[in-house]
Design a protein around this ligand. Sequence first.
Ligand code: E4P
Length: 218
Amino acid sequence: MKFFVDTADIAEITDLAETGLLDGVTTNPSLIAKSGRPFREVLADICAAVDGPVSAEVAATEFEAMMAEAKVLSAIADNIVIKVPLTWDGLKACRAITGGGGKVNVTLCFSANQALLAAKAGATFISPFIGRLDDIGADGIDLIAEIRAIYDNYDALKTEVLAASIRTPVSVKQVALAGADVATIPPGVLKALVKHPLTDIGLERFLADWKATGQTIV
Ligand code: E4P
């Protein structure tokens, strides 16, 4: 499973990119707003900091305006992926952009049928929002499993399942078990994946025992 980070914070992205474990970045209008920076500037910085795809979302809701915004966003860098909402106009834009050789992340997916439509529209990625479904008492992981099963039924559907709106390390494990191709994860949750108290305790003991030998390896 690929790891994308869900942020527009360039310091966090650079820090994670240095681990070599980061495969891409997703942003949305809320995250760009939170960065407090002009969108062109922040997206250009992000695209330079990572080797993989960087999702940049349109703010328009009508087809023609989405296409005009997609043109501006695509010009920022070669690794920009245009993010469109899961609406009829968004699906039309998805078809037009991928038909022209561009990449599209269809966002705000909350049902398997929506994911089927996005795949038929040629989406590169579909973003089902796990956490927001859990928030209303539905089961986000079930949705990932359903989409996986549907896409696996048809060789013609090439869309990658990008599990989004992830808030906990447990969800990362669950979406991996459910067969997501990608998980986009907030920086804090991504960093928490390495943590286990028994790792810390074990390391502490090993270091104490080693120190007692008085030896050094180099
Ligand atoms: C991903 O593309 C979305 O922007 C993001 O995961 C939404 O997460 P949230 O529901 O925690 O805002």
